[in-house]
Design a protein around this ligand. Structure first.
Ligand code: AP5
Length: 218
């Protein structure tokens, strides 16, 4: 089963992905995490992506689309057998959405659901300011709303938690503007295909997960 998590920065896509992976047979393809991994390992892709990410702009499609297929193709057979593949942070504009449709068709697959996170802008800013992420496995926490059991340490793998470079206030503002300009159009794109459902992303992470399961019919 292939599911897109769609929503603005800080809406809770990564947090819901963590919960789904904990409780169900699922994997996540998170383009932001893939770029961050490449940046910290100073790969050619990481060097190219860094300046865009530091500004809060989208990394160009030619650096993004192929890496999604590389990741997806590792799981495409499991997806047919019912494993949940979560697209987190992709697609992020109309060209990426069309490339995803085309690639799915070539693989005789489809996107089953798009989960849209409805969250007000003030909430996004507060969440991003308090976000901490694991340097090793990418798990996400919030200093107040979703703290780890031991301060500064990841519950999942025991590594150190840090604040992301692009979580500075000016960059966050640009990321939200970029979302409005390029990504929000995908809400109607997927609504017209009849595969989008909204969830109230202002609820607690447990409630968001519960609503996700309900909407999925489970
Ligand atoms: P990416 O890493 O994808 O970031 P994003 O989409 O901006 O989303 P975030 O990770 O900020 O938020 P989230 O919705 O996952 O929220 P989270 O669960 O962490 O992209 C980063 C950059 O990479 C982009 O700017 C771009 O440059 C590049 N990029 C990535 N994909 C690309 C693509 N396809 N094309 C081109 N460029 C691309 O939650 C946020 C905080 O809130 C956390 O602290 C969390 O604990 C807390 N929280 C979450 N849910 C709740 C809740 N229900 N209640 C209370 N607190 C909550």
């Amino acid at each position: 089963m292939n599911i897109i998590l769609l929503g603005p920065p800080g809406a809770g896509k990564g947090t819901l992905a963590n919960k789904i992976i904990e409780k169900k047979d699922a994997v996540q393809i998170a383009t932001g995490d893939i770029f961050r991994y490449n940046i910290s390992n100073k790969t050619e892709l990481g060097v190219k992506a860094k300046s865009y990410m530091d500004r809060g702009d989208l990394v160009p499609d030619e650096l993004t689309i192929d890496l999604v297929w590389d990741a997806f193709d590792k799981h495409k057979d499991e997806s047919k057998e019912g494993k949940i593949i979560l697209f987190d942070g992709f697609p992020r504009n109309l060209d990426q959405a069309k490339a995803l449709d085309q690639g799915m068709e070539e693989r005789d697959q489809k996107i089953d659901h798009v989960v849209y996170f409805d969250v007000a802008e003030e909430v996004l800013i507060e969440r991003i300011a308090g976000r901490r992420v694991c340097t090793n496995c990418g798990a996400t926490y919030h200093v107040k709303n979703n703290p780890p059991t031991k301060e500064g340490i990841c519950d999942r793998c025991g590594e150190e938690l840090i604040q992301r470079d692009d979580d500075k206030e000016e960059t966050v503002k640009n990321r939200i503007d970029v979302y409005k300009e390029h990504t929000a159009v995908l809400i109607d794109y997927f609504k017209e295909k009849g595969i989008l459902f909204s969830i109230d992303g202002t609820n607690s992470p447990d409630k968001v997960f519960e609503e996700f399961l309900n909407k999925l019919g489970e």
